[in-house]
Design a protein around this ligand. Sequence first.
Ligand SMILES: NC(=O)c1ccc[n+]([C@@H]2O[C@H](COP(=O)([O-])OP(=O)(O)OC[C@H]3O[C@@H](n4cnc5c(N)ncnc54)[C@H](O)[C@@H]3O)[C@@H](O)[C@H]2O)c1
Length: 281
Amino acid sequence: MNVLVAGGAGYIGSHVVRELQEAGHSIVVYDSLEHGHAQAISGCELIAGDIGDPVALGSVFAQCKPDVVMNFAAYTSVAESMADPSKYYRNNVSKTLVLLDAMVHEGIRYIVFSSSAAVYGEPLRVPVDEDARCAPTNVYGETKLMVETMLAAYDRAYGLNYASLRYFNAAGAHPSGDIGEDHDPETQLIPLVLMTALGLRPELKVFGQDYDTPDGTCVRDYIHVSDLASAHVLAAEALVEGLGSRTYNLGNGQGYTVRQVIETARRVTGREIPAVDAPRR
Ligand SMILES: NC(=O)c1ccc[n+]([C@@H]2O[C@H](COP(=O)([O-])OP(=O)(O)OC[C@H]3O[C@@H](n4cnc5c(N)ncnc54)[C@H](O)[C@@H]3O)[C@@H](O)[C@H]2O)c1
């Protein structure tokens, strides 16, 4: 397959690029590099550009002639999405609309979209399946649900087939150790725990001790980034083989509390990892 990977210089995208390369596919990465890392990409072309730029997209599509587009390009901070919703609706929704229109214009029929478990909000039952009610509790989750709504309409109207992949919390790094998670600012638990273990942060804040969980701290489902990467390749191949549009949860089906994550990191690293209790966010 020829694959255009938008947002491919970011954390998850760069791991998917590696997986696509190992599977022998031909790739062009397209990323604004606002949050991505050019050094995370090797062995394929990296074009700096914005998914909200229809002219640039037109020329990239003409050059790369993708069978499939994968779209990782988005802003990802829940807290920032609440403080500055305009920034999130614009980047995650309006600019994705520009990308979809450019695809329809060029006759590109398949897209793999990075959705999120944030579309579910507070789940009514666990484990959460794909038919669970979608009721996001933050702007970030709303932007993902809005794109899913657009994808369904574009499928009905223009025959654009999609795989919407609702990730739970991505974790881990490529086995080679030369790419991994590097967000700035970092908001994800496991990198924050490991930065504290390294002494780069004085302590870790544990937000909330009164959740209805075994130890009172928040439970999250973590999925390894290598598993995410192989799921993307399978989803793209299934689209091209004619499976049709689908929505999938990507998690491991097992939740872990914040304290369990910290304890595991203490055991594995042998470091103290100071942690202090803080109110729920
Ligand atoms: N990390 C997670 O646990 C997680 C969970 C659920 C969903 N997601 C989704 O997965 C995707 C990738 O997440 P990530 O953790 O790798 O984030 P990331 O910030 O590392 O990667 C996003 C990439 O998109 C690029 N980008 C952003 N806006 C762009 C634009 N307008 N045009 C071109 N490039 C643009 C950034 O420069 C960056 O390289 C995002 O859509 C995110 O919402 C992530």
